[in-house]
Ligand binder design. Structure first.
Ligand SMILES: C[S@@+](CC[C@H](N)C(=O)[O-])C[C@H]1O[C@@H](n2cnc3c(N)ncnc32)[C@H](O)[C@@H]1O
Length: 285
C-alpha cells in the first residue's frame, strides 16, 4: 500500500486543514485555502467544490501545505499566487512590485474618462508603474493612446514588461527617476510612494512589499509627490490632465501644493468609494 493510499487525503480534507491553519492570519481563510489549492492543481474553485471527494496526490498536498505555511507566516496571498486582479485584468506580481490595490482603479476610471473626450491620440505616462497596472489597464481599454511606463526599479519594469507581453500591448518602458529628462505628455498618471517614513514601522505590508514603492520620504511622506508635481509642470501639454493617488490624510497638503504649482489650472481632490480623499485631478487650460 502506498503512502497516498494510507492517507486517502481528499480535496475536502485538505481544504479543511488549510482553512484551519489560516484562521489566525486572515478573515477569509476558506477562500484563501481554495485559491491556494486551485493554484497548485491549476483548477477553479468551482472545480474543487465539485470534486471535493477526489483523492489528492501526496506531492500536491505537500506543495499546498508549503504554500499554506507561507501564508500563515504573513506573506500576502498575491505574492504566493504570483498574480492579482486589477481592473478585471490578471497582473503578474513579484516582491519587486506593489500589489495593485482596488482604490487605484479610481485613477484608471478618471484616465479613461479623459481619454474618451479626446479626438486624437493621447500620450500617456504612468510614473512609478510597478506591475504596469495603471498604464496597461488604460492601454487595454483605450485604443487612441501611446503609453510610456516609468519606474526607477529595473526589477519592477521587468514585471511590467511581462504583463505588457501577456496583454499583447505595445508600450514604451523607461527606467527613470520620475519624469526627469522625459518628453511631453497629454495625460500623466501616478500612484507614487506616499507613506511617511515614521509610519513605515509597524506597517504589516512593509514586511513584504518593497520600501521603494511605499516610502514617500521626508515631509510626512510628501517628498516624492512634491518633486513629481514640480516636474509635471514642465512635462504636461496644454489641455492635459495630471492624475495622482495619495494617502487619505494628505488631501489638504496635496491640494495646497497643486494650487500653488498650477495657479491657472482646475485642481480637484476626488474621494474614493470609502469616502476618503484619494485622487488629485489637475486639468490644464
Ligand atoms: C506605490 S507603487 C505604485 C505601483 C503601481 N503603479 C500601482 O499602482 O500598483 C510606487 C512605484 O513607484 C516606483 N518609484 C519610487 N520612486 C520612484 C522614482 N523616483 N522614479 C520612478 N519610480 C519610482 C516604485 O518602484 C514603485 O513601483
Amino acid at each position: 500500500m502506498t503512502t497516498t493510499q494510507t492517507l486517502a487525503l481528499t480535496i475536502q480534507s485538505a481544504l479543511q486543514d488549510g482553512t484551519e491553519r489560516l484562521m489566525a492570519v486572515t478573515d477569509t481563510p476558506q477562500l484563501e485555502a481554495q485559491l491556494l489549492l486551485g493554484h497548485v492543481l491549476d483548477q477553479s474553485r468551482t472545480w474543487l467544490l465539485t470534486w471535493a471527494d477526489k483523492t489528492l496526490d501526496l506531492d500536491d498536498y505537500e506543495i499546498f501545505s508549503a504554500l499554506i505555511n507561507r501564508r500563515a507566516d504573513g506573506e500576502p496571498l498575491p505574492y504566493i499566487l504570483g498574480s492579482w486582479e486589477f481592473f478585471g485584468i490578471n497582473f503578474v506580481v513579484s516582491p519587486a512590485t506593489l500589489i495593485p490595490r482596488p482604490e487605484t482603479e479610481l485613477l484608471v476610471e478618471a484616465a479613461l474618462e479623459y481619454i474618451s473626450q479626446q479626438q486624437r491620440d493621447v500620450a500617456v505616462v504612468d510614473v512609478g508603474t510597478g506591475t504596469g497596472c495603471i498604464g496597461l489597464s488604460i492601454a487595454s481599454h483605450a485604443a487612441n493612446t501611446r503609453i510610456t511606463l516609468v519606474d526607477c526599479s529595473v526589477d519592477a519594469l521587468e514585471v511590467a514588461e511581462e504583463n505588457a507581453r501577456h496583454l499583447n500591448k505595445f508600450v514604451a518602458l523607461r527606467q527613470n527617476d520620475l519624469l526627469e529628462g522625459l518628453g511631453q505628455f497629454d495625460l500623466i498618471c501616478s500612484n507614487p510612494p506616499y507613506i511617511a517614513p515614521c509610519d513605515m514601522e509597524g506597517l504589516d505590508v512593509a514586511d513584504f512589499e518593497p520600501h521603494l514603492a511605499l516610502d514617500g520620504g521626508a515631509s510626512d511622506g510628501m517628498e516624492v509627490i512634491t518633486r513629481l508635481l514640480r516636474q509635471v509642470k514642465t512635462h504636461l501639454n496644454p489641455g492635459g490632465m495630471f492624475l495622482m493617488e495619495f494617502g487619505a490624510d494628505q488631501g489638504a497638503a496635496v491640494h495646497t501644493l497643486a494650487t500653488e504649482t498650477f495657479p491657472a489650472a482646475s485642481v480637484e481632490i476626488v474621494s474614493d468609494y470609502a469616502g476618503l480623499d484619494r485622487l488629485l485631478r489637475v486639468c490644464l487650460p
